[in-house]
Design a protein around this ligand. Structure first.
Ligand code: HEC
Ligand code: HEC
Length: 269
C-alpha cells in the first residue's frame, strides 16, 4: 500500500494517467465513430500515407532524411508535392543511385500504386503541386499550332525545336521528349526537375500546358514526315548543311578518285 501511494505522488503519475485516459477515449471513438463515406476516404488516404511512409523509409530516407527534411545527399521534400514524386519516381530518376551532374532516367522500380503511396506521404509533409488527373493532361481539343508557338518560346532553347533534346553546360542536358507520357510532360512543367525551370499555373495555365502536350505528341508521332529522309535530329540548317558538305562532297570526291584510279588502270592494260 505504501508503495502505491508513493508512486501516486511521483511527478510523472499525472502524465501517465492522462495518456491512458487519452488512449482509452481515442480507442472508444475509433470503435464507435460512424463510418461514413468521407471517413472511409480519409482512412484510405491515411493508409496510403502510412504505406508510403514505409516505402519512403526504406528507399528514400537515406538521402532525403527521415522526415523528408533533406540531408547532404538529397534536398528537402517538404512542399515539393505529389506531382514531383510521381514524375521523379515514375520516370525512374528516383531513387537516385550515384552522384553526378544530373540524375539520369532509368527503369522505374515501383508500381504505380506504390508511387501513389510515396506521393501521398510526401504531400502530407507540406502542400505542393498535385498529380494531375487524366483529363488535365489529355491533349483532346487542344490547339497544336498554339502549342508549337508556346513550345518555341518556352522550351525549344533547351529541348530543341522538335523536342529532340540538347546539351546544357557542365555535363547537364535537356532530354529528348520522345516517348515521355503526357502526365510526365505535364508534371515536368509543374515541378521543373533539376535544371529545368517550372511553369506553374500562374504563368502557364492548364490550357497552355495541354496545347504544348498536343504539340509534343504531334512532332513525336508519325505526323511529321521528314522530307529528304534522315532527320539528323532536327538540328537545323547549319548542322544539316555541314553533314551534306562533309559526307556528300566527301563521297563525290571518293567516287572521282575511284573513277580516276580505274581509268588509269584501264589505260595501262
Ligand atoms: C542516393 C540518394 C537519393 C535517393 C535514395 C533518393 N533521392 Fe530523391 N533526390 C536526390 C537528389 C540528389 C535530388 C536532387 C536532384 C537534383 O535536383 O539535381 C533528388 C530529388 C528528388 C525530388 C525532386 C525534388 C524537387 O525539388 O523537385 C523528389 C520528388 C525526390 N527526389 C523523391 C525521392 C523519392 C520518393 C525517393 C525514394 C523512392 C528518392 N527521392 C530517393 C537523391 C536521392
Ligand atoms: C533551361 C532549360 C529548359 C527549359 C527552358 C525547359 N526544359 Fe524541360 N528539361 C530540362 C532539363 C535539364 C531536364 C532534365 C531534368 C531531369 O533529368 O531531372 C528537362 C526535362 C524535361 C522533361 C522530362 C523528360 C523525360 O525524359 O522524362 C520534360 C517532359 C520537359 N523537360 C518538358 C519541357 C517543356 C514542355 C518545356 C517548356 C514549357 C521545358 N521542358 C522547358 C531543361 C529545360
Amino acid at each position: 500500500m505504501k508503495k502505491l501511494s508513493a508512486r501516486r505522488r511521483h511527478p510523472l503519475a499525472a502524465v501517465v494517467v492522462l495518456l491512458l485516459a487519452l488512449a482509452a477515449t481515442g480507442g472508444l471513438y475509433a470503435a464507435f465513430a460512424p463510418a461514413g463515406k468521407a471517413q472511409a476516404d480519409e482512412t484510405a488516404q491515411s493508409l496510403a500515407i502510412e504505406e508510403g511512409k514505409k516505402l519512403y523509409t526504406v528507399g528514400c530516407a537515406s538521402c532525403h532524411g527521415t522526415g523528408g527534411q533533406g540531408t547532404t545527399d538529397g534536398p528537402s521534400l517538404v512542399g515539393v508535392g505529389s506531382a514531383a514524386v510521381d514524375f521523379q519516381v515514375g520516370t525512374g530518376r528516383m531513387p537516385a543511385q550515384q552522384p553526378g551532374a544530373q540524375v539520369p532516367k532509368k527503369r522505374n522500380i515501383y508500381s504505380q500504386a506504390e508511387i501513389d503511396q510515396l506521393a501521398a506521404y510526401v504531400a502530407s509533409l507540406g502542400a505542393g503541386p498535385i498529380t494531375p488527373t487524366e483529363k488535365q493532361v489529355s491533349p483532346e481539343g487542344a490547339d497544336i499550332a498554339r502549342g508549337g508557338d508556346l513550345f518555341r518560346t518556352n522550351c525549344a532553347q533547351c529541348h530543341n525545336f522538335t523536342g529532340e533534346g540538347g546539351a546544357l553546360t557542365h555535363g547537364k542536358y535537356a532530354p529528348s521528349l520522345d516517348g515521355v507520357s503526357n502526365k510526365h510532360i505535364y508534371e515536368a512543367m509543374q515541378t521543373g526537375p533539376q535544371n529545368m525551370p517550372s511553369f506553374p499555373d500562374t504563368t502557364m495555365p492548364e490550357k497552355e500546358k495541354k496545347d504544348i502536350i498536343a504539340y509534343i505528341n504531334s512532332v513525336n508521332g508519325d505526323e511529321t514526315p521528314t522530307p529528304g529522309g534522315f532527320a539528323l535530329g532536327g538540328l537545323g540548317p547549319v548542322s544539316e548543311g555541314l553533314f551534306g558538305w562533309i559526307f556528300g562532297l566527301g563521297s563525290l570526291i571518293a567516287v572521282a578518285v575511284w573513277v580516276a584510279a580505274h581509268t588509269a588502270k584501264a589505260k595501262k592494260s
